[in-house]
Unconditional design. Sequence first.
Length: 200
Amino acid sequence: MAILEVLKFPDARLREVSEPVTEFDQELKRLAQDMFETMYEENGIGLAAPQVGVLKRMLVIDCRPRDTKGRYTIEDLTELEQKVEQPLVIINPVIVDSKGKTTFDEGCLSVPSFFETVEREEFIELHYQNLDGEKKVIQTDGLLAIVIQHEMDHLEGTLFIDHLSLVKSNKIKNHIKKFGYPPKKKKGEESDPTDEEVEM
Ligand code: CO
């Protein structure tokens, strides 16, 4: 197991389109483990392989809500979310159906400390493969549907800040290019895990 470096905007690798996974081998399982370890270390709720410099169509997600003591509060999930077992490894995902619109204040481990409201599909039906290459289907809404859409964007080289108005998007991009990112918070001064601001 290893903690991997999370690439940050404006790293050019975040703009690449990732390749489908064809080999469901030990190496892929190791990558998934390392991605989980990295995501938990960074307090993220989702991570896409291109964010750690691997241009493969794979995501890891664990967006189960937790209380201030770190205990999972499954009752806060929507009915559809509760039917999906997490943590989740999603490979070669395709959204085959969607309904409605929803908004959420999104953040991203590749654009740390910036949070902006993004509109997404409210309900999605997702077809994907698991680590053994088996075909799976998820129908969900809530935060899980939002995280899946955010992470799938990474596979196309798209970041959440690309979804904002041009003025807002350019303001953030120029600010980062000029000033970089604020220093990372030390352990202990991390924000409350129930805080609405989550990175993915
Ligand atoms: Co992200």
